[in-house]
Design a protein around this ligand. Structure first.
Ligand code: 8YV
Length: 325
Protein backbone atom coordinates (compact mmCIF):
# COMPACT_ATOMS: atom_id res chain seq x y z
CA UNK A 1 0.00 0.00 0.00
CA UNK A 2 1.20 3.56 -0.71
CA UNK A 3 2.43 5.51 2.32
CA UNK A 4 0.58 8.66 3.32
CA UNK A 5 0.67 11.10 6.21
CA UNK A 6 -2.38 12.80 7.74
CA UNK A 7 -1.29 16.03 9.43
CA UNK A 8 -4.46 16.54 11.51
CA UNK A 9 -6.91 14.43 13.53
CA UNK A 10 -9.74 13.00 11.40
CA UNK A 11 -13.05 11.21 12.11
CA UNK A 12 -12.97 7.41 12.47
CA UNK A 13 -14.94 6.78 9.27
CA UNK A 14 -12.50 8.89 7.28
CA UNK A 15 -9.56 7.03 8.80
CA UNK A 16 -11.19 3.72 7.83
CA UNK A 17 -11.42 4.78 4.22
CA UNK A 18 -7.75 5.70 4.15
CA UNK A 19 -6.80 2.48 5.96
CA UNK A 20 -8.39 0.42 3.18
CA UNK A 21 -5.99 1.78 0.60
CA UNK A 22 -2.99 3.27 2.34
CA UNK A 23 -0.26 2.64 4.84
CA UNK A 24 -0.80 5.72 6.99
CA UNK A 25 0.25 7.70 10.05
CA UNK A 26 -1.74 10.51 11.71
CA UNK A 27 -0.89 13.58 13.77
CA UNK A 28 -3.49 13.00 16.46
CA UNK A 29 -3.12 16.13 18.59
CA UNK A 30 -5.23 19.25 18.93
CA UNK A 31 -2.30 21.64 18.46
CA UNK A 32 -0.99 22.17 14.92
CA UNK A 33 1.80 19.85 13.86
CA UNK A 34 5.24 21.42 14.42
CA UNK A 35 7.07 22.05 11.16
CA UNK A 36 10.07 19.88 12.05
CA UNK A 37 7.80 16.91 12.80
CA UNK A 38 5.98 17.32 9.49
CA UNK A 39 9.23 17.60 7.52
CA UNK A 40 10.42 14.32 9.07
CA UNK A 41 7.11 12.54 8.50
CA UNK A 42 6.87 13.39 4.81
CA UNK A 43 10.32 11.99 3.96
CA UNK A 44 8.99 8.80 2.39
CA UNK A 45 5.27 9.41 1.78
CA UNK A 46 3.45 9.61 -1.54
CA UNK A 47 0.46 11.45 -0.15
CA UNK A 48 -0.15 14.15 2.43
CA UNK A 49 -3.45 15.33 3.88
CA UNK A 50 -3.14 18.69 5.60
CA UNK A 51 -5.39 21.42 6.99
CA UNK A 52 -3.19 24.24 5.75
CA UNK A 53 -1.20 22.92 2.85
CA UNK A 54 1.84 25.20 3.12
CA UNK A 55 3.60 23.63 0.19
CA UNK A 56 6.73 25.45 -0.92
CA UNK A 57 9.73 24.46 -2.99
CA UNK A 58 11.67 24.05 0.27
CA UNK A 59 8.97 21.78 1.70
CA UNK A 60 8.87 19.65 -1.44
CA UNK A 61 12.62 19.05 -1.17
CA UNK A 62 11.89 17.16 2.08
CA UNK A 63 9.30 14.96 0.38
CA UNK A 64 10.94 13.48 -2.71
CA UNK A 65 8.30 10.78 -3.26
CA UNK A 66 5.27 13.02 -2.81
CA UNK A 67 2.60 12.74 -5.54
CA UNK A 68 -0.45 14.39 -4.02
CA UNK A 69 -1.21 17.00 -1.35
CA UNK A 70 -4.82 16.91 -0.21
CA UNK A 71 -5.78 20.22 1.40
CA UNK A 72 -8.60 19.94 3.95
CA UNK A 73 -9.95 23.36 2.99
CA UNK A 74 -11.33 25.00 -0.10
CA UNK A 75 -8.78 27.84 -0.07
CA UNK A 76 -5.37 26.75 -1.28
CA UNK A 77 -3.46 30.01 -1.07
CA UNK A 78 -0.75 28.15 0.85
CA UNK A 79 0.08 26.08 -2.25
CA UNK A 80 3.07 27.32 -4.22
CA UNK A 81 1.53 26.37 -7.55
CA UNK A 82 4.71 26.83 -9.60
CA UNK A 83 6.78 24.72 -7.21
CA UNK A 84 4.16 21.97 -7.31
CA UNK A 85 3.99 22.09 -11.10
CA UNK A 86 7.77 21.84 -11.34
CA UNK A 87 7.80 18.78 -9.09
CA UNK A 88 4.68 17.22 -10.65
CA UNK A 89 2.83 17.18 -7.33
CA UNK A 90 -0.96 17.27 -7.60
CA UNK A 91 -2.87 19.49 -5.16
CA UNK A 92 -6.52 18.99 -4.23
CA UNK A 93 -9.02 20.93 -2.13
CA UNK A 94 -12.60 20.61 -0.76
CA UNK A 95 -15.06 22.75 -2.72
CA UNK A 96 -18.89 22.51 -2.47
CA UNK A 97 -19.21 20.78 0.90
CA UNK A 98 -18.70 23.95 2.95
CA UNK A 99 -20.42 26.54 0.77
CA UNK A 100 -23.75 26.67 2.64
CA UNK A 101 -21.99 26.56 6.01
CA UNK A 102 -19.79 29.55 5.22
CA UNK A 103 -22.80 31.41 3.76
CA UNK A 104 -24.64 30.87 7.06
CA UNK A 105 -21.71 32.39 8.91
CA UNK A 106 -21.64 35.38 6.56
CA UNK A 107 -25.19 36.11 7.69
CA UNK A 108 -24.15 35.56 11.29
CA UNK A 109 -21.58 38.32 10.81
CA UNK A 110 -24.03 40.60 9.00
CA UNK A 111 -26.72 40.24 11.68
CA UNK A 112 -24.29 40.41 14.57
CA UNK A 113 -22.75 43.60 13.19
CA UNK A 114 -25.96 45.33 12.20
CA UNK A 115 -27.98 44.43 15.31
CA UNK A 116 -24.99 44.62 17.70
CA UNK A 117 -25.65 41.10 18.96
CA UNK A 118 -22.23 40.40 20.46
CA UNK A 119 -21.97 43.82 22.09
CA UNK A 120 -25.48 43.63 23.59
CA UNK A 121 -24.97 40.04 24.72
CA UNK A 122 -22.05 41.30 26.79
CA UNK A 123 -24.20 44.18 28.00
CA UNK A 124 -26.96 41.88 29.32
CA UNK A 125 -24.49 39.42 30.86
CA UNK A 126 -22.65 42.20 32.64
CA UNK A 127 -25.88 43.06 34.51
CA UNK A 128 -26.11 46.59 33.08
CA UNK A 129 -29.57 46.18 31.52
CA UNK A 130 -32.07 48.46 33.27
CA UNK A 131 -34.83 49.19 30.73
CA UNK A 132 -35.62 49.45 27.04
CA UNK A 133 -33.28 52.09 25.79
CA UNK A 134 -32.89 53.77 22.43
CA UNK A 135 -29.20 52.97 22.74
CA UNK A 136 -29.95 49.43 21.64
CA UNK A 137 -30.75 50.53 18.11
CA UNK A 138 -29.02 48.79 15.28
CA UNK A 139 -29.53 48.79 11.53
CA UNK A 140 -31.99 46.82 9.43
CA UNK A 141 -30.70 43.94 7.36
CA UNK A 142 -33.91 43.18 5.49
CA UNK A 143 -34.34 45.28 2.34
CA UNK A 144 -30.89 46.83 2.79
CA UNK A 145 -28.27 46.70 0.01
CA UNK A 146 -25.63 43.99 0.17
CA UNK A 147 -22.59 44.34 -2.09
CA UNK A 148 -20.78 41.05 -2.65
CA UNK A 149 -17.25 41.24 -4.05
CA UNK A 150 -16.61 37.78 -5.50
CA UNK A 151 -19.49 35.72 -6.89
CA UNK A 152 -18.05 32.22 -6.69
CA UNK A 153 -19.65 29.13 -5.16
CA UNK A 154 -19.94 30.67 -1.68
CA UNK A 155 -20.82 34.16 -2.94
CA UNK A 156 -23.77 32.60 -4.74
CA UNK A 157 -25.08 30.96 -1.56
CA UNK A 158 -24.84 34.28 0.27
CA UNK A 159 -26.63 36.07 -2.57
CA UNK A 160 -29.45 33.54 -2.48
CA UNK A 161 -29.96 33.97 1.26
CA UNK A 162 -29.84 37.75 0.90
CA UNK A 163 -32.21 38.03 -2.04
CA UNK A 164 -34.76 35.36 -1.19
CA UNK A 165 -34.62 35.34 2.61
CA UNK A 166 -33.91 38.91 3.61
CA UNK A 167 -35.28 40.50 0.43
CA UNK A 168 -32.09 42.50 0.14
CA UNK A 169 -31.00 44.42 -2.89
CA UNK A 170 -27.87 42.52 -3.97
CA UNK A 171 -25.06 44.08 -6.00
CA UNK A 172 -22.01 42.08 -7.03
CA UNK A 173 -18.68 42.27 -8.78
CA UNK A 174 -16.81 39.31 -10.17
CA UNK A 175 -14.21 38.46 -12.80
CA UNK A 176 -17.01 37.03 -14.90
CA UNK A 177 -20.61 38.11 -14.99
CA UNK A 178 -23.23 35.53 -13.91
CA UNK A 179 -26.42 36.22 -15.91
CA UNK A 180 -28.07 33.01 -14.67
CA UNK A 181 -27.78 34.19 -11.06
CA UNK A 182 -29.00 37.64 -12.00
CA UNK A 183 -32.08 36.08 -13.46
CA UNK A 184 -32.65 33.57 -10.65
CA UNK A 185 -32.15 35.92 -7.70
CA UNK A 186 -32.53 39.38 -9.19
CA UNK A 187 -28.97 40.34 -8.21
CA UNK A 188 -27.18 43.10 -10.11
CA UNK A 189 -23.69 43.15 -11.58
CA UNK A 190 -21.85 46.49 -11.28
CA UNK A 191 -18.48 48.22 -11.09
CA UNK A 192 -16.65 47.99 -7.78
CA UNK A 193 -16.90 51.73 -7.24
CA UNK A 194 -20.68 51.68 -7.63
CA UNK A 195 -20.95 48.72 -5.27
CA UNK A 196 -18.84 50.42 -2.60
CA UNK A 197 -20.78 53.68 -2.81
CA UNK A 198 -24.22 52.09 -2.71
CA UNK A 199 -24.01 49.19 -0.26
CA UNK A 200 -25.08 49.06 3.38
CA UNK A 201 -22.96 45.93 3.75
CA UNK A 202 -19.84 45.29 1.70
CA UNK A 203 -18.87 41.64 1.84
CA UNK A 204 -15.74 40.14 0.31
CA UNK A 205 -15.80 36.50 -0.68
CA UNK A 206 -12.59 36.08 -2.61
CA UNK A 207 -9.83 33.52 -2.76
CA UNK A 208 -6.39 34.89 -1.85
CA UNK A 209 -4.22 35.16 -4.97
CA UNK A 210 -1.60 37.60 -6.26
CA UNK A 211 -4.37 39.67 -7.81
CA UNK A 212 -6.67 39.77 -4.76
CA UNK A 213 -3.94 40.49 -2.17
CA UNK A 214 -4.98 43.70 -0.34
CA UNK A 215 -7.55 44.41 -3.01
CA UNK A 216 -9.62 46.37 -0.49
CA UNK A 217 -7.66 49.29 0.93
CA UNK A 218 -7.86 52.94 1.88
CA UNK A 219 -9.40 54.05 -1.42
CA UNK A 220 -12.13 51.41 -1.25
CA UNK A 221 -13.05 52.24 2.36
CA UNK A 222 -13.17 55.94 1.49
CA UNK A 223 -15.85 55.19 -1.13
CA UNK A 224 -18.05 53.32 1.34
CA UNK A 225 -20.92 54.92 3.22
CA UNK A 226 -20.17 56.08 6.76
CA UNK A 227 -23.14 53.93 7.85
CA UNK A 228 -21.89 50.80 6.07
CA UNK A 229 -20.44 47.60 7.48
CA UNK A 230 -17.53 45.64 6.07
CA UNK A 231 -17.84 41.84 6.24
CA UNK A 232 -15.11 39.29 5.55
CA UNK A 233 -15.16 35.52 5.99
CA UNK A 234 -12.86 34.62 3.11
CA UNK A 235 -9.20 35.55 3.64
CA UNK A 236 -7.78 38.34 5.81
CA UNK A 237 -5.08 39.23 3.32
CA UNK A 238 -7.52 40.35 0.62
CA UNK A 239 -7.88 43.46 2.79
CA UNK A 240 -5.28 46.01 3.82
CA UNK A 241 -5.94 45.56 7.54
CA UNK A 242 -4.18 48.80 8.52
CA UNK A 243 -6.50 50.72 6.18
CA UNK A 244 -9.51 48.92 7.68
CA UNK A 245 -8.42 49.86 11.19
CA UNK A 246 -7.98 53.50 10.12
CA UNK A 247 -11.40 53.55 8.43
CA UNK A 248 -13.01 52.24 11.62
CA UNK A 249 -11.08 54.58 13.91
CA UNK A 250 -11.97 57.62 11.79
CA UNK A 251 -15.64 56.81 11.32
CA UNK A 252 -15.21 56.32 7.57
CA UNK A 253 -17.34 53.17 7.97
CA UNK A 254 -19.73 52.10 10.73
CA UNK A 255 -18.35 48.70 11.66
CA UNK A 256 -16.98 45.35 10.57
CA UNK A 257 -17.69 41.64 10.94
CA UNK A 258 -14.53 39.59 10.59
CA UNK A 259 -13.94 35.85 10.64
CA UNK A 260 -10.47 36.22 9.10
CA UNK A 261 -7.40 38.38 9.70
CA UNK A 262 -4.12 39.27 8.11
CA UNK A 263 -2.33 37.12 10.69
CA UNK A 264 -4.06 34.17 12.36
CA UNK A 265 -4.36 33.64 15.23
CA UNK A 266 -4.83 37.39 15.49
CA UNK A 267 -2.27 39.26 17.65
CA UNK A 268 -3.78 40.19 21.01
CA UNK A 269 -2.80 43.86 20.68
CA UNK A 270 -4.53 44.22 17.29
CA UNK A 271 -6.70 47.39 17.58
CA UNK A 272 -9.62 45.52 15.96
CA UNK A 273 -10.03 43.55 19.18
CA UNK A 274 -10.67 46.72 21.15
CA UNK A 275 -13.55 48.06 19.04
CA UNK A 276 -17.21 47.62 20.05
CA UNK A 277 -18.32 48.03 16.46
CA UNK A 278 -16.16 45.14 15.25
CA UNK A 279 -17.26 41.53 15.53
CA UNK A 280 -14.32 39.11 15.61
CA UNK A 281 -14.40 35.35 15.16
CA UNK A 282 -11.59 32.76 15.07
CA UNK A 283 -11.92 31.65 11.41
CA UNK A 284 -14.98 29.43 11.95
CA UNK A 285 -16.58 29.77 8.50
CA UNK A 286 -16.65 26.01 7.87
CA UNK A 287 -16.72 24.99 11.54
CA UNK A 288 -19.76 22.75 11.91
CA UNK A 289 -19.43 19.04 12.62
CA UNK A 290 -21.17 18.16 9.35
CA UNK A 291 -19.15 20.47 7.09
CA UNK A 292 -15.86 19.51 8.70
CA UNK A 293 -16.73 15.81 8.41
CA UNK A 294 -17.60 16.21 4.75
CA UNK A 295 -14.42 18.18 4.12
CA UNK A 296 -12.29 15.48 5.76
CA UNK A 297 -14.06 12.74 3.76
CA UNK A 298 -13.64 14.59 0.50
CA UNK A 299 -9.99 15.26 1.27
CA UNK A 300 -9.49 11.55 2.04
CA UNK A 301 -11.11 10.54 -1.25
CA UNK A 302 -8.86 12.95 -3.13
CA UNK A 303 -5.82 11.61 -1.29
CA UNK A 304 -6.62 7.97 -1.94
CA UNK A 305 -7.33 8.63 -5.62
CA UNK A 306 -4.05 10.51 -5.98
CA UNK A 307 -1.88 7.75 -4.52
CA UNK A 308 -3.68 4.83 -6.19
CA UNK A 309 -3.28 6.05 -9.74
CA UNK A 310 -6.73 7.54 -10.17
CA UNK A 311 -7.61 11.13 -10.96
CA UNK A 312 -8.75 12.96 -7.80
CA UNK A 313 -12.10 14.71 -8.20
CA UNK A 314 -11.02 18.06 -6.80
CA UNK A 315 -7.63 18.93 -8.25
CA UNK A 316 -7.17 22.69 -7.90
CA UNK A 317 -7.77 24.37 -11.27
CA UNK A 318 -4.19 25.62 -11.71
CA UNK A 319 -2.80 22.09 -11.36
CA UNK A 320 -5.22 20.22 -13.62
CA UNK A 321 -2.60 20.64 -16.33
CA UNK A 322 -0.51 17.98 -14.55
CA UNK A 323 -2.98 15.22 -15.33
CA UNK A 324 -3.74 16.47 -18.83
CA UNK A 325 -0.12 15.91 -19.86
C1 8YV B 1 -10.40 26.51 7.11
C2 8YV B 1 -11.13 27.66 5.11
O1 8YV B 1 -9.33 26.37 6.29
O2 8YV B 1 -11.73 25.98 3.58
C3 8YV B 1 -11.13 27.03 3.78
O3 8YV B 1 -10.52 27.61 2.87
O4 8YV B 1 -10.73 28.75 5.27
C4 8YV B 1 -11.62 26.92 6.31
O5 8YV B 1 -12.46 25.92 6.00
C5 8YV B 1 -10.52 25.30 7.92
O6 8YV B 1 -9.98 25.64 9.13
C6 8YV B 1 -9.83 24.09 7.37
O7 8YV B 1 -9.45 23.20 8.36
Amino acid sequence: KPKVYIAKPIPKEVEELIANYCDYKIWNHEEPIPKEVLLKEVEDVEGLMTPKGIITEEFLAYAPRLKVVSNVAVGYDAFDIEAMKARNVIGTHTPYVLDETVADLAFGLILTSARRLAELDQFVKSGKWRGIEDDFYGQDVHHATLGIIGMGRIGEKIARRAALGFEMNVLYTNRTRKPDLEERYGIKYCETEFLLKNSDFVLVMLPLTDSTYQLIGEKEFSLMRSTAFFINCSRGKVVDEKALIKALQNGIIRGAGLDVFEEEPVEKDNPLLKMDNVVTLPHIGSATAKARFDMAMKAAENLVAGVTGKVPENIVPELKILIEK
